[in-house]
Design a protein around this ligand. Structure first.
Ligand SMILES: Nc1nc2c(c(=O)[nH]1)N[C@H]1C(S)=C(S)[C@@H](COP(=O)(O)OP(=O)(O)OC[C@H]3O[C@@H](n4cnc5c(=O)[nH]c(N)nc54)[C@H](O)[C@@H]3O)O[C@H]1N2
Ligand SMILES: Nc1nc2c(c(=O)[nH]1)N[C@H]1C(S)=C(S)[C@@H](COP(=O)(O)OP(=O)(O)OC[C@H]3O[C@@H](n4cnc5c(=O)[nH]c(N)nc54)[C@H](O)[C@@H]3O)O[C@H]1N2
Ligand code: SF4
Ligand SMILES: [Mo]
Length: 742
């Protein structure tokens, strides 16, 4: 029996796990009490890691589809098949003929973060889609325009703040997002215990709201309205004080001008929050010794997602809370390259390309996920003929799965890198499974950039690969090799070499880097005992903000050092990083980017709309024991009362004749679902809630537990034609629906 300490990769909280196992058989998982970040916290998902890995439905060998049947094949045949069928499509039709969909778990694997990029660089297709446009792209666009980079997102300093205003997030269930902090429930409790205040704005009284000082109901999709009311009040009552940011913020006057007619009194009827409450929230934010406004998925995947995400940080800036302890801050992750924070940059460029069919602009190198089906089915130059999905289930996670399903059936070739035969991968010709979790190295490249403390925690593979097991990074490197014309069968090494070469060349050429001007070969020689993700991470750590610079700072971090610290290394609380970290062209925080200012008229136009249109508004929700669409095949996580229900307020239930436990039909012009009713005053009147990620049960999938807990797919009610204009993100919340009893 061995005990392995490892960071949980299942959600953004990055808890340390203590895993008891005999080889691959995991007998016990508990929180690692010595983990420098999580201190023993764990949730039911992390505790079920063993069950997740032992799931008999988890794929362990490549699967090849013949019509409706599947054949297990050996890896060498899989590589041959890729070379015979994928590369010729690129030859014949060009790189755009291959589309790629990257799902959420890519952010949680080194393979996805390091070799997904290698694949995209080898392929150079414009048809890149990710779960981002079902999620956080509005925040990235807003923060990018304000601060200059796609991941320069300020993080609420929950451990030191005196006041936290939470909009559209439920960390008691989700454990936090764009806010990496294990045990957020504990951190919020301690915030209140030290005299601070937590206010939650949400159309549902969530568990987070129940545990807050105050909960404010808001009509779905109107956070920007409420936030304008706050911004108006800050100016109107002379509460604006930029604090430390004074001197490098531009656009304050433009924001003041825009806010002039958007008073709390004008906004209240639209958002359902009283003008007095809006004014009070503004005063509380400005008056607190430190405060942070935090908006998450409810403020992103909605009609005004980018505007709301922008205004969240406008409030943070205007109240002097940007870049100060207890406000919102930028982490200093160990893998951030030295010399990259130079106070200005190129800024975020949007729309460098556009989608072929509807002309949706590119953002952050990708096209909106809602464009994928039409790019497959519309003939012409640049049509997608082959699709590679990596760790994604867009048939459930994106709007209008049936339309996407039909499109996937038209592909000449579909290849999925995934651990399940599910609603999406059942359309693939070839499924390539990742390795066992304990057989892979892990390090959180993304979430350390979004964390409330600077920490570094390396999780080494605890078991070796089996003879017929291929690590995911190799699969992605071989896919890159295939599309580049070198052949998947040629192996992963050439593209592994390329991945690290790109890092090394960049670092030695970057003025201010701790290896500036050094000889690349000499640096690479020091890494020669490693390959794959470990080599890249070692290089990133050593040339990162806390790194040893290959000898430049002998006290600095290396991967070898991290390997001796199984519980991680704490690199301290967040520290002010502005204005150096800014990457805008001006070198200022752009409080009023023109794209965002121009969007305000769209919000003004809603003020004359009738508020009551007779429709209910559909919102989603998350459950602690669930994770998007892919953890419903673990019995311990799905047993008990059904999780996929329609929550309805008692007054609506009565009006519509819906009894608790009865079946309701929820429909709109896009689709319709039938679902059990749960009457609860936790949702506000006029709002109904259905969680996403359900709707299993297709007999062509292979998830024997999920099939018995199928639920319904809430995205049947989301249309591919409804996107937020600035980010192209699907509108997944605040969807108008009609509910009737069946
Ligand atoms: N257990 C669990 N944890 C997860 C996940 C999971 O599926 N399950 N998914 C992970 C992922 S991929 C992500 S992105 C994060 C998301 O993390 P969170 O953003 O915390 O996600 P939710 O728990 O869905 O909370 C969103 C809240 O927004 C509210 N809401 C809906 N519409 C609006 C609106 O218009 N305005 C406002 N103010 N609120 C609104 C909803 O009622 C809901 O309470 O969670 C991650 N963690
Ligand atoms: N209505 C509505 N829709 C939503 C949301 C919502 O709040 N409401 N939330 C959106 C959000 S925030 C997100 S992030 C998306 C998620 O959208 P997706 O990423 O498309 O969906 P997931 O359910 O996370 O699917 C993950 C897939 O990765 C596979 N997988 C898991 N681990 C690994 C691994 O290590 N390697 C590989 N190769 N595969 C793996 C799983 O089997 C599964 O097929 O859904 C979005 N959709
Ligand atoms: S909260 Fe997230 S990171 Fe922590 S144990 Fe649960 S799933 Fe894993
Ligand atoms: Mo997400």
């Amino acid at each position: 029996m061995s005990v392995t300490y490892r960071t949980c990769h299942l959600c953004e909280a990055t808890c340390g796990l203590e895993i008891h196992h005999e080889g691959r058989r995991i007998s016990l998982v508990r929180g690692d009490r010595d983990d420098v970040f999580s201190g023993g916290f764990i949730c039911p998902k992390g505790a079920s890691l063993g069950k997740l890995e032992d799931d008999p439905d988890r794929l362990q060998n490549p699967l090849l589809r013949h019509g409706e049947t599947w054949e297990e094949i050996v890896w060498d045949d899989a590589w041959k098949l890729l070379d015979e069928r994928l590369r010729p499509i690129v030859d014949r039709h060009g790189p755009d003929s291959v589309g790629v969909f990257l799902g959420n778990p890519n952010a949680h694997t080194l393979a996805g973060m390091l070799y997904g990029r290698v694949l995209l660089q080898a392929l150079r297709t414009r048809n890149v889609f990710t779960a981002g446009t079902l999620d956080q792209v509005p925040k990235q666009v807003a923060a990018g325009l304000m601060f200059g980079g796609g991941l320069t997102i300020p993080i609420p300093d929950v451990d030191r703040t005196h006041y936290l205003l939470v909009l559209g997030a439920n960390p008691y269930e989700s454990n936090g997002s764009l806010l990496t902090a294990p045990d957020l429930p504990g951190r919020l409790r301690r915030l209140r215990e030290r005299g601070g205040r937590v206010v939650v704005v949400d159309p549902r009284r969530t568990k987070t709201a129940d545990n807050a000082d105050e909960h404010v109901f808001i009509r779905p999709g109107t956070d920007a309205h409420m936030l304008w009311g706050i911004v108006h009040t800050l100016f109107d009552e002379d509460l604006v004080d930029l604090g430390h940011a004074d001197g490098w913020v531009s656009g304050v006057r433009d924001v003041r001008e825009s806010a002039r007619d958007l008073s709390p009194d004008a906004m209240a009827p639209r958002c359902g929050v009283s003008a007095d409450t809006i004014r009070r929230l503004a005063r509380e934010l400005a008056g607190a010794p430190s405060a942070a406004v935090y908006g998450r998925i409810g403020t992103c995947t909605q009609e005004f997602g980018t505007q709301a995400s922008w205004l969240v940080d406008v409030c943070n800036v205007l109240t002097g809370n940007l870049d100060r302890a207890g406000g919102v801050m930028f982490p200093s992750p160990a893998t951030e390259p030295t010399g990259s924070a130079r106070g200005r940059g190129r800024g975020l460029k949007l729309g460098r390309r556009a989608s072929r069919v509807r002309g949706e602009p590119e953002r952050l190198g990708e096209l909106p996920a809602v464009c994928m089906a039409e790019e497959i089915t519309t003939p012409g130059e640049g049509q997608i003929r082959a699709l590679v999905t990596i760790a994604g289930n867009p048939v459930l996670s994106a709007p209008d799965g049936p339309q996407l399903s039909r499109a996937l059936d038209e592909l000449e070739l579909m290849v999925s890198v995934d651990r399940y035969l599910n609603e999406t991968t059942r359309h693939a010709d070839l499924i390539l499974p990742p390795e066992h979790t304990l057989a892979r190295d892990h390090y959180d490249l993304v979430f350390t950039q979004l964390a409330v403390r600077n920490v570094a925690n390396w999780s080494a593979a605890a078991v070796g690969l089996e003879s017929d097991e291929v690590p995911e990074w190799e699969t992605l490197a071989r896919l890159a090799s295939c599309v580049a014309g070198a052949g998947a069968a040629a192996g992963p090494d050439a593209f592994d070499e390329l991945a690290v070469q790109v890092l090394v060349q960049g670092a030695v050429a970057r003025a201010g880097s701790n290896v500036f001007g050094r000889d690349p070969d000499e640096l690479l020689a020091e890494l020669s005992h490693r390959r794959g993700p470990a080599r890249a991470v070692d290089f990133m750590i050593r040339t990162g903000l806390h790194g040893d610079g290959f000898g430049a700072d002998p006290e600095g971090l290396t991967l070898s050092h991290l390997e001796t610290e199984p519980h991680g290394i704490d690199l301290g609380a967040l520290e002010p990083r502005l204005p150096d970290l800014l990457r805008t062209e001006s070198g200022c925080v752009e409080l009023a980017p023109s794209e965002l200012l121009a969007d305000v008229d769209r919000l003004r136009a809603t003020l004359s709309d009738q508020v009551e249109d007779g429709m209910l508004r559909l919102v989603g929700r998350r459950d602690l024991r669930s994770n998007n669409s892919w953890m419903h095949n673990v019995e311990v996580l799905v047993k008990g009362r059904p999780r996929c229900t329609l929550q309805v307020h008692p007054s609506d239930a009565e009006r519509l004749g819906l009894a608790d436990g009865a079946t309701a039909r929820v429909s709109n012009e896009t689709g319709s679902v039938e679902i059990p009713v749960e009457v609860t005053d936790a949702v506000m009147p006029g709002v109904v809630s259905v969680p996403h990620g359900w709707g299993h049960g297709d007999p062509r999938t292979r998830q024997s537990v999920a099939v018995r807990h199928a639920g319904v797919n809430s995205n049947l009610l989301a249309g591919t034609d409804r996107t937020e204009p600035l980010s192209g993100t699907a509108i997944l919340t605040g969807i108008p629906v009609i509910v009737s009893s069946v």
